[in-house]
Ligand binder design. Structure first.
Ligand SMILES: *Cc1c(COP(=O)(O)O)cnc(C)c1O
Length: 237
C-alpha cells in the first residue's frame, strides 16, 4: 500500500512537471493531496515522503486528523476545500496547522472568518470560491460577487490574507478539452487584479482535480487538488 501511494505521488508530480513544462508555466503548480475519507496513516506516509499540503472538506474529519497528526507531522499544511457551513467556522478556525481556507462563498462567510480568526489572534490564507458552472448545489459566487468578496477581504479583513480564487466546476466537462469553468476563473483573477491594481502573479488559481488537472494547468492553474488518483477511489459508507 505505502509504496503504491508513493508511486502515485511521484507519477502525479511528474505529470504536473510535464504539463507545466509543456505549457510554459514559470511556476510549478502546487499539488494539494485531497485526503478526505482516507486514513491518517496514508497522510503520514506521504508526509514522510516529503509532501506537505493536504486538503479536507469535512470539518470534523479534519479536526480529528489534525489532532492525530499534529505531533508526527508538525509541518503539515491543511487546506479546507469547499464551502463550509457558517456555524462550523469557529471549529474550523480552531484547528492547529490550518493553512488555508479555499471556499469563501458569501460576504457573511468573509466577516465570520475575519471575526473568528481575529479572536484567536491568528492570520489565515483564504481563497474566494467561484461557482463558475452556476449550479444550485455548488458553493461560491458569480464573477461580481467574487470581486466584491475579494475587495472586502483584502481591504476590510486584516486577519485574512486574500490569496486567490478557486472553483470546482461542472463534472460534465470533457477533461481533455478547453474548460469554460477554468477559463471563467482565469478571467476573474485578471479582472480583479486589473481593478485592484495588483499583480496577477501574486494570486493563485485553485482548479483541476484527478481527471482534469493537466487541462487545468494548461489553462493556468497554480494549484491542483488531487484525491482519488493519488489515494485510490473513495469509499463512502
Ligand atoms: C474531493 C475533492 C477534490 C478531489 O477530487 P478527486 O476527483 O478525487 O481528485 C478536489 N476538490 C474538492 C473541492 C473536493 O471536494
Amino acid at each position: 500500500m505505502a509504496s503504491n501511494l508513493k508511486d502515485n505521488l511521484n507519477a502525479i508530480l511528474q505529470s504536473i512537471d510535464d504539463a507545466s513544462a509543456q505549457f510554459a508555466r514559470n511556476e510549478k503548480p502546487l499539488l494539494l493531496a485531497v485526503s478526505k475519507t482516507k486514513p491518517a496513516s496514508m497522510i503520514k506516509d506521504l508526509y514522510d515522503a516529503g509532501h506537505r499540503h493536504f486538503g479536507e472538506n469535512y470539518v470534523q474529519e479534519l479536526e480529528q486528523k489534525a489532532a492525530e497528526l499534529a505531533e508526527p507531522c508538525p509541518d503539515i499544511r491543511w487546506h479546507y476545500i469547499g464551502t463550509v457551513q457558517t456555524n462550523k467556522i469557529p471549529k474550523l478556525v480552531a484547528i492547529e496547522n490550518l493553512y488555508c481556507v479555499e471556499g469563501l462563498s458569501s460576504m457573511k462567510h468573509c466577516s465570520t472568518f475575519q471575526n473568528e480568526v481575529a479572536k484567536r489572534g491568528r492570520s489565515l490564507r483564504v481563497l474566494v470560491q467561484m461557482n463558475s458552472s452556476e449550479e444550485e448545489q455548488k458553493g461560491g459566487g458569480n464573477s461580481a460577487e467574487c470581486i466584491e468578496m475579494a475587495n472586502y477581504v483584502s481591504s476590510e479583513c486584516p486577519n485574512l490574507q486574500f490569496t486567490g480564487f478557486m472553483t470546482i466546476g461542472s463534472f460534465d466537462r470533457d477533461p481533455n478539452e478547453f474548460n469554460p469553468d477554468f477559463d471563467a476563473l482565469y478571467q476573474l483573477r485578471d479582472k480583479w487584479c486589473e481593478q485592484a491594481g495588483k499583480p496577477v502573479a501574486d494570486y493563485s488559481l485553485s482548479m483541476g482535480m484527478s481527471n482534469d488537472f493537466v487541462q487545468a494547468i494548461k489553462q493556468g492553474s497554480t494549484e491542483v487538488r488531487v484525491g482519488s488518483s493519488l489515494f485510490g477511489a473513495r469509499v463512502y459508507t
